[in-house]
Design a protein around this ligand. Structure first.
Ligand code: AHR
Length: 534
């Protein structure tokens, strides 16, 4: 596609309008529902890698950093504000090296283990500490406490590479068995949690095509059947999530589903979710804060590839799962930049997020909303001190990143009914290492909550505002509020010394009737909340 061509997202092409006043167009079809936007589309990942757990979440009960039973208070308070629905733990790749038994019992007596990243060149140079030698201070009970404090559901990833199915069953029993009726429930009670945790979401391995065991898809399908046979339920509607593809690996999807159902299509009932992992920016997108305008566009273009990842795997799954019982769970996503902006020499994979990453967050969440009928959950990687983080923390310093503000704005979509919406604006095309990348000029999503419409949109133009005509099909706006995340510098980011460089702005908006215009600032994320009256 050429620069300045018109591009439509979420359906057909909208005719280009010659009016100079409105270069962009949004058309909301209020009576064309897609599905309910599950709050779980706004989930998180917290892994024992680098500084995510120590010192991102866990600072210890004796720390001078304000904490609630060892958990960083500032984090708890900030996360609560974005209504986190679900948190995945303990990995990532760490999950397939983790024995849950190491993380229970008196904290001082728990074993120390080499973290799975110990051979990583970054970690070889890193100072010794809990990031290198896992002290197991933060185990199952501590994680459950964290979830309770922030009001999120737990999503546990079980070890399929280096533990047996029995260990998985017993972890389920430790978490979910009724009080007093099993020795594992007694062990849980001895840690202060008499009542069962009622964990519903369980990952069966992680990246089983790679760090999770280097399986072939049909081998993994056989293991999956074995690990999920006669799992104890304890009255919980267990939602098992299978380790899905790396990006666009359709072969992994097709062969897993084919092998799984060799024992009959009833096997599909064992799979709640098919985990897709997709990171943008892994090759040649520059470093996280030092990038060109072309890098801006190429990263945003790569972020929007998520849409075709979802639809392509969805169709591949449908070849066997014809009723689409199994939904997609995008349990790792975000920008993955080159090294160089780490918070600390031991905080592997930590990076500074800029406005560019905020737009990646918004473009991606909007894609999930537009595919609310296909995607059941997503978990951005990762909550704090990692790749596409919402927070950075170092001892008593703590800040929110631009990504945080997107999650804060987008929480308004949770539980709404996604409605079909078309977005059109001149696209932007660049070349990166001879490869062409095109990103739409405007993208977004819309959801209805009774008589309130939440419309979010991203103007990807790094320089120009976008005058846009917004048309509501089937309703009229009576009054509106707008929230904007924008900054004149596309590299803008928050830091420990300047924590409020990137902030959101809220104001009332004169937007009445079924058609009105709005000027989206350059490189911005916008939320319009429209009261549609009665
Ligand atoms: O999120 C960082 C790592 O990326 C995870 O451990 C792994 O699952 C993925 O490759």
């Amino acid at each position: 596609m050429r620069r300045r061509d018109f591009l439509a997202i979420g359906g057909g092409l909208i005719a280009a309008r010659s009016a100079r006043a409105a270069q962009g167009r949004v058309e909301v079809f209020l009576e064309e529902p897609i599905g309910t936007i599950s709050p779980n589309l706004h989930g998180h990942l917290t892994e024992h890698v680098g500084g995510v757990i120590y010192d991102g979440i866990w600072v210890g009960e004796d720390s001078k950093i304000p904490n609630i039973g060892g958990i960083r208070t500032a984090l708890v308070e900030a996360v609560r504000r974005i209504k986190p629905p679900v948190v995945r733990w303990p990995g990532g790749c760490f999950a397939d090296s983790y024995d849950w038994r190491d993380g229970i019992g008196p904290r001082a007596q728990r074993p120390r283990r080499a973290n799975f990243t110990i051979n990583h060149p970054f970690m070889v140079k890193a100072p010794d500490g809990p990031q290198k030698y896992e002290p197991n201070w933060f185990g199952t009970n501590e994680f459950m406490r964290f979830c309770r404090l922030i009001g999120a559901q737990p999503y546990l990833s079980a070890n399929l590479r280096s533990l047996a199915p029995q260990d998985f069953y017993q972890w389920v029993e430790y978490c979910n068995a009724p009080a007093k009726l099993s020795s594992l429930a007694d062990m849980r009670a001895a840690q202060g949690d008499r009542e069962p945790f009622g964990v519903r979401f369980w990952g069966v391995g992680n990246e089983s095509w790679g760090c999770g065991g280097d399986f072939a898809p049909d081998e993994y399908a056989v293991e999956y059947r074995r690990y999920t046979t006669w799992l104890p339920e304890f009255g919980v509607d267990l939602a098992l999530i299978a380790s899905g593809p790396d990006r666009g690996d359709l072969d992994w999807t097709q062969r897993f589903f084919a092998k799984l159902t060799e024992k009959g299509n009833a096997m599909l009932q064992r799979v709640y979710g098919w985990a897709l992992h997709y990171y943008c920016g892994t090759s040649g997108a520059g470093q996280s804060i030092d990038f060109t305008t072309d890098d801006w566009y190429s990263l945003l273009a790569k972020a929007t590839v998520m849409e075709s990842m979802i639809t392509r795997h969805w169709f591949a799954m449908g070849e066997i799962d014809t009723e689409h019982r199994v939904k997609l769970v995008v349990d790792e996503w975000g920008s993955w930049h080159r090294t160089g902006t780490e918070v600390h020499p031991a905080y592997l994979l930590s990076q500074v997020s800029t406005m560019r990453d905020a737009l990646v967050s918004a473009l991606t969440l909007d894609i999930f909303h537009r595919h609310a009928d296909k995607v059941a959950m997503s978990n951005v990687a990762q909550l704090v001190n990692n790749l596409h983080s919402l927070f950075l923390a170092r001892e008593d310093q703590f800040i929110v990143t631009p990504n945080y503000h997107v999650f804060e704005m987008y929480a308004a979509h949770q539980g709404g009914r996604a409605v079909r919406t078309l977005f059109a604006a001149p696209a932007h095309s660049v070349r990166e290492k001879e490869e062409p990348w095109t990103v739409t000029g405007l993208a977004g999503s819309a959801s209805l909550h009774g008589k309130t419409l939440v419309l979010t949109a991203v103007n990807t133009d790094a320089v120009q505002p976008l005058e846009t005509e917004i048309v509501l099909r089937g309703g009229v706006s009576r009054s509106a509020k707008v929230t904007t995340l924008a900054h004149p510098d596309i590299h803008a980011h928050n830091s420990f010394s300047e924590p409020n460089v990137v902030q959101i702005r809220e104001e009332a908006l004169e937007a009445r009737g079924s058609t009105f215009t709005y000027r989206f600032p350059p490189g911005s994320v916008t939320k319009l909340v429209l009261d549609l009256g009665s």
